[in-house]
Design a protein around this ligand. Structure first.
Ligand SMILES: NC(=O)c1ccc[n+]([C@@H]2O[C@H](COP(=O)([O-])OP(=O)(O)OC[C@H]3O[C@@H](n4cnc5c(N)ncnc54)[C@H](O)[C@@H]3O)[C@@H](O)[C@H]2O)c1
Length: 386
């Protein structure tokens, strides 16, 4: 089996999920590559070394450029904050490396475009870690839609609710809190949380044509961890928008970090002519399904436990009835990427697919700022929906 040498940028939350995926993938999936955890890069050498020891990386770097220049690295995996994605991805592609990048692709569409141009010009395999597509229940939703079971789709409803920034004492910026610093994150919940909802939505239901949004920054000033000064907050704390898909269906999307009691409540619901689907991240191994064609007396919502061998990805895991969780979505994504990369292909969502999500989040922020409906760039054919 061919070895694929990984250069990982970042050892935080996503550095761990990706390292785990690369470490586990060959145990459960027959893929043509064996990933080798070659080098982890982060600015703090001591902590990177500690991480390398725990996860089995062979070496440590503090400058990602060394990874990009190294002949020992085949793939650069970007698991660092959003302001680093474009520069690293473009340099990695130009050096001929395969590139995996965390979401959102860029801080905005302009960055995303430059990144997409770079990987396409270099012809390198690429993928963005919108991992929720690979929850077996969400993949099953896609299969049911593709089989035409829902019929014409009328409505799509998604929300992603958290509650961790309600305190006005919480600072912005620096480690762990870069998401509150607009210069690093690009936006608030729109690019962080809604980007996931938008990626899944376009994958399940095609492209989004236009949006009308509102955003709010509830706490307008916070102490900045890097300067020590109280500074304006530039991110959106909450974001909600209406959308029309190109297929004529209507949608509502909402995300906030101010929904007391909710930690990561990502839900989606799709209503079609014949059937409806509902999914909830807190119960991620279940798909709720209602089919109007069922016999009237027995008609009702079914709660399908997505754990059987004929459910997506599940034949690779334990035995029917035993469920899997969050970290497995990354393992699935790594498996799909490695299979594609061995054939010099990219895996979905590619940079180009993720660029379309950047265009939607740009449109949401523009609509909220101008209080107007905004057309999304890219048009009806832009979503590969692979
Ligand atoms: N797919 C998902 O569900 C998901 C979930 C969380 C985060 N993310 C995305 O993953 C990325 C990282 O988020 P996180 O939660 O892991 O962040 P984190 O704060 O936990 O970790 C960030 C890591 O990047 C490192 N880093 C920062 N600047 C760097 C630089 N210039 N060079 C090298 N390393 C650097 C830090 O040392 C740290 O190890 C973000 O783009 C975020 O949006 C995606």
């Amino acid at each position: 089996m061919k070895r694929l040498h990984i250069g990982m940028v970042g050892y935080g939350f996503m550095g761990r999920t990706h390292s785990n995926a690369f470490a586990q993938v060959n145990h459960f999936f027959d893929v043509p590559y064996r990933p080798v955890l070659k080098t982890v890069c982060a600015r703090n050498a001591g902590r990177a070394q500690e991480f390398a020891g725990k996860w089995g990386y062979e070496s440590v770097e503090t400058d990602w450029r060394k990874l990009v220049d190294s002949h020992d690295i085949d793939l650069i995996d970007i698991a660092s904050p959003n302001d680093t994605h474009a520069e690293i991805a473009i340099a990695a592609a130009q050096a001929g490396k395969m590139v995996m990048c965390e979401k959102p692709l860029g801080r905005n569409g302009a960055e995303g475009e430059a990144m997409t141009r770079a990987v396409e010009a270099a012809g390198v395999s690429n993928m963005v870690w919108y991992n929720y597509r690979r929850v077996p229940a969400v993949m099953m939703a896609r299969q049911l839609i593709d089989e035409g079971r829902l019929g014409k789709i009328f409505h799509y409803r998604a929300k992603f609710l958290q509650d961790w920034t309600i305190s006005s004492d919480l600072p912005q910026g620096g480690e762990g809190l870069w998401r509150l610093d607009v210069s690093v994150a690009g936006s608030g919940v729109t690019g962080d949380l809604l980007a996931h909802c938008i990626d899944t939505a376009m994958w399940l239901n095609g492209g989004i044509g236009e949006v009308s949004a509102m955003t709010e920054t509830f706490i307008r000033q916070r102490k900045h961890n890097l300067t020590g000064k109280v500074e304006p907050v530039g991110i959106d704390d909450a974001s909600a928008f209406l959308a029309r898909f190109h297929n004529g269906s209507l949608a509502t999307f909402e995300a906030t970090r101010y929904a007391r009691g909710h930690k990561a409540l990502y839900t989606l619901e799709i209503n079609g002519e014949h059937a409806s689907i509902f999914w909830d991240l807190h119960d991620l191994h279940r798909l709720q399904y209602f089919d109007h064609r069922d016999e009237g007396r027995l008609r009702g919502w079914r709660s399908i436990h997505i754990t059987d061998g004929d459910h997506p990805y599940m034949k690779h895991w334990w035995v029917p009835g035993l469920q899997i969780g969050y970290e497995h979505t990354f393992i699935h994504q790594a498996a799909d990427f490695l299979s594609a990369a061995a054939e010099q292909r990219s895996a979905a969502p590619t940079f180009r697919d993720a660029l379309q999500t950047d265009y939607v989040t740009d449109a949401v922020l523009e609509s909220a700022a101008n209080r107007k409906w905004v057309q999304v760039r890219g048009g009806a054919d832009a979503v590969a929906n692979g």
